[in-house]
Design a protein around this ligand. Structure first.
Ligand code: ADP
Length: 249
């Protein structure tokens, strides 16, 4: 028996591994890499993450909290495979992100990760239905099936009657619900949201959180936030300060 076969038999089933994890992650940015410095290598660096380790399981709704500049967005970018660390490991649904090419990371995002941004990032000229359906174009899904799936998602976020409206015809809370529907259209194993309630009033924010919470039943959900309401409702809160995890629980 080859070593790889015996190893694969001994290894735990895939569902036992966390949906998201990172180990000893360091991410530095070069500050002011402009004409002030002879070369970008001379520019000072800022260490946005300094040895962060965490593991998040399917079914968990985790808030990443911390003051502005503590590293929340940097961590979310790594966990959503938009960026790679300078050192340390990031794993998404069992895939080592550092081992992937840029194209491989794009593929991982398309198949496995739904991303929600604070400013919604919807295409203004498309209807809510077409915005939600858009990620399925890359999956080769027929137009009819795309629209059926988009309508299903829009009714889950109680926007079935707004499917033909463009983002400009929707309120901020409605646009954020469209953005959540779009992030979930490929049924990703992981949902990552950066300040999803940042632009919403308290009541609308709660409504958006209801949908985020519901979706955590069968995926890992990670939300970077300043919002105490999100922090109260999360299963677990990971607090960052100066790029370090100061509490996790
Ligand atoms: P948060 O999301 O908690 O506000 P960030 O992850 O955005 O924190 O930033 C962490 C640190 O990294 C801050 O000091 C910030 O100024 C710095 N930083 C973030 N992005 C860049 C960048 N592209 N270039 C230089 N510094 C950056």
């Amino acid at each position: 028996m080859s070593e790889s076969v015996s190893e694969s038999r001994l290894s735990p089933p895939p569902e036992a591994s966390p949906a998201l994890s990172c180990k000893n992650v360091v991410r530095e940015y070069r500050r002011g890499s402009n004409s002030l410095f002879a070369s970008s290598a001379d520019a000072p660096t800022v260490r946005a993450l300094d040895g962060v380790s965490l593991a998040i399981s399917t079914g968990e709704f985790v808030a990443i909290a911390g003051p502005s500049g503590s590293g929340k967005s940097t961590l979310l970018h790594l966990l959503s495979a938009l960026d790679t660390p300078d050192s340390g490991d990031v794993s998404v649904a069992g895939t080592d992100v550092r081992s992937l090419s840029s194209r491989g990371r794009t593929r991982l995002r398309r198949t496995t990760i739904g991303i929600v941004f604070q400013h919604f990032h919807l295409l203004p000229s498309l209807s809510a239905r077409s915005n939600v359906a858009l990620p399925l174009v890359e999956h080769g899904v027929s137009k009819r099936a795309r629209h059926e799936r988009a309508d299903e998602l829009l009714s889950q976020v109680e926007l079935a009657d707004r499917a033909d409206h463009t983002p400009g015809e929707l309120s901020g809370g409605e646009q954020q619900r469209v953005a959540i529907a779009r992030a979930l259209v490929s049924d990703p194993a992981v949902l990552v949201a950066d300040e999803p309630t940042g632009e919403l009033d308290t009541e609308t924010g709660h409504r958006v959180l209801d949908y985020v919470e519901q979706t955590a039943a069968n995926r890992a959900v990670v939300v970077a936030t300043h919002d105490e309401h999100v922090i109260e409702r999360a299963d677990r809160v990971i607090r960052l300060r100066d790029g370090i995890v100061v509490s996790d629980g």
